[in-house]
Design a binder for this molecule. Structure first.
Ligand code: C2E
Ligand code: CA
Ligand code: CA
Ligand code: CA
Length: 279
């Protein structure tokens, strides 16, 4: 057992060292990713469940490392948060998405609300509400075309201060939604006070929704809770027609997922809307 333990220990440290080395390499490369033009934003359609017309687009960040190729945001966003790089990068995503939304309006498309993910570091930054207003004014986008997605975990980490920040954003006309909903521990009393506009049901509950009775129960509860608080419910990670049917039966308002479209480049998204409005 002792021998085993030692081997495990050595194996563990080697894996740890490799992860650490990769993290340092990625963080250093991330410092220059913006200026080297390695980052871009893709947009995933959010559609009305009743007739599938496009209501919104979630902006999702992509990074193409020159040697390592595409790095998943699940890997590099945490590194950007730890290093503080998420502030300039997040600001760039916000400006890029707001500019894109303005271009879609100016092209005469039906209204599309662009949803941007906010990290904890950005959300807690004292200048965030001012920064968002400044970007909207610079670009000339009315605030109701922007939605900020905040995860339930971040909102509930310190709900009192989250409440104050959301209030400030709400006063500026900016919509907020709660992302990955159902995975945290939302207290109903706070949820009632949060100035949010919709709840995004986490995709982990959608995956087995056709067969798993617990997932069904959670999804039904989230949808009725959203509606009783006057909020919209959107399901993410919808991949099959069975999932879509079930969500429709339960009165879910909106859906997002590969069933309709994967995240698209701005050009492909524009083609996607064009196909819809000329149908
Ligand atoms: P998220 O905000 O929960 O985004 C949803 C993720 O689900 C995206 O992964 C999206 O591509 C993926 N997805 C969409 N439809 C489907 C589907 O039908 N099936 C499956 N299996 N997956 C689907 P992605 O783009 O890899 O992003 C992962 C996470 O990285 C995001 O999760 C978000 O937390 C974070 N992220 C991405 N972009 C940004 C950003 O600009 N800022 C911040 N702070 N975080 C970001
Ligand atoms: Ca999101
Ligand atoms: Ca999510
Ligand atoms: Ca997530």
């Amino acid at each position: 057992a002792k021998q085993n333990g030692r081997n495990n220990y050595r194996f563990f440290t080697k894996a740890m060292q490799e992860t650490l080395a990769r993290n340092i390499q990625l963080t250093n490369a991330l410092r220059h990713a913006l200026e080297k033009d390695e980052l871009h934003v893709v947009y995933q359609p959010q559609v009305d469940i009743s007739d599938a017309h496009i209501i919104g687009a979630e902006a999702l960040l992509r990074w193409n490392h020159p040697e390592l190729g595409a790095i998943s945001p699940a890997e590099f966003i945490p590194l950007a948060e730890e290093s503080g790089l998420i502030l300039p990068i997040g600001e760039w995503v916000l400006r890029t998405a707001v500019t894109q939304a303005k271009m879609w309006i100016d092209s005469g498309f039906p209204p599309i609300i662009v949803a941007v993910n906010l990290s904890a570091v950005q959300f807690r930054h004292p200048h965030l509400p001012e920064l968002v207003t400044t970007i909207l004014e610079e670009v000339g986008l009315p605030p109701e075309y922007l939605e900020l997605e905040l995860t339930e975990a971040v909102a509930m980490h310190d709900p009192k201060s989250a409440y104050a920040i959301m209030d400030n954003l709400h006063d500026r006309g900016i919509r907020m939604s709660i992302d990955d909903f159902g995975t945290g521990y939302s207290s109903l009393s706070y949820l009632k006070k949060f100035k949010v506009y919709k709840l995004k049901i986490d995709q982990s509950f959608i995956r087995d929704i056709s067969t798993d009775p617990e997932d069904k129960a959670i999804v039904n509860a989230v949808i009725s809770m959203a509606h009783s608080l006057g909020l919209k419910a959107i399901a993410e990670g919808v991949e099959t027609v069975e999932q879509l049917k079930y969500l429709r039966e339960q009165g879910c308002d909106e859906v997002q997922g590969y069933y309709f479209s994967k995240p698209l480049s701005p050009e492909s998204f524009t083609e996607f809307i064009t196909a819809q409005v000329t149908k």
